[in-house]
Design a protein around this ligand. Structure first.
Ligand SMILES: [Zn+2]
Length: 185
């Protein structure tokens, strides 16, 4: 919305005009036909008073709407990731009975970062049988790898969602604050 200026009529009324109406004619409610002056002359007129609420609704509301939507989306992503992580933790694969201590396998897997998980998982898939490891142990390692990888992905998505939510909320607040007109003088 562009700023409106008040064009005085000889009846005492002031008609709000927009700069784009320069050169046009408008009729006052008293019946007098007024000529809207040039752009420069319009800008010299008194500005129409717009309350802060009106400014907030007309100017910052659409921006806030988009940012608020993104903030909500970010929060939804973060919550979904949190729920997924909770589900993954609750469904931690149960260890089989094998020669290697399951606790040791878990510790080994948990020490890996997602990239290493992918690499080790891949090598295990290619060499199904490793000396001293039973198929059930390998299957357990395989499930643990999937689990760990899932947690890594879900964690990354959760962080992205949180960042999106926080960044857009912060941005919307600062924009809203900036959009407020200076106090009337
Ligand atoms: Zn008039």
């Amino acid at each position: 919305m562009s700023t409106r200026y008040l064009l005085p009529c000889r009846c005492g009324k002031r008609i709000p005009v927009e700069p784009r109406q320069a050169g046009e004619s408008i009729q006052c409610s008293c019946g007098v036909l007024l000529e809207v002056p040039s752009l420069r002359a319009i800008r010299a007129l008194e500005m129409e008073e717009v309350g802060p609420e009106l400014v907030a609704t007309q100017e910052s509301a659409p921006t806030w709407g988009v940012l608020q939507g993104m903030a909500l989306l970010g929060a939804a992503i973060a919550l979904a990731a949190l729920a997924s992580a909770g589900w993954l933790i609750a469904t931690l694969p149960t260890p089989p009975f094998g020669p290697t201590d399951p606790q040791q396998i878990r510790e080994e897997t948990e020490a890996l970062v997602p990239f290493q998980v992918l690499r080790v998982w891949h090598s295990i898939k290619n060499t199904r049988l490793v000396a001293g490891r039973t198929p059930s142990e390998l299957a357990y390692r395989d499930r643990l790898f999937r689990h760990r990888l899932g947690l890594g992905v879900v964690g990354a998505i959760g962080v992205l969602g949180t960042v999106l939510c926080v960044a857009t909320t912060f941005s919307a607040r600062s924009r809203n604050w900036k959009a407020r007109p200076p106090s009337s003088h």
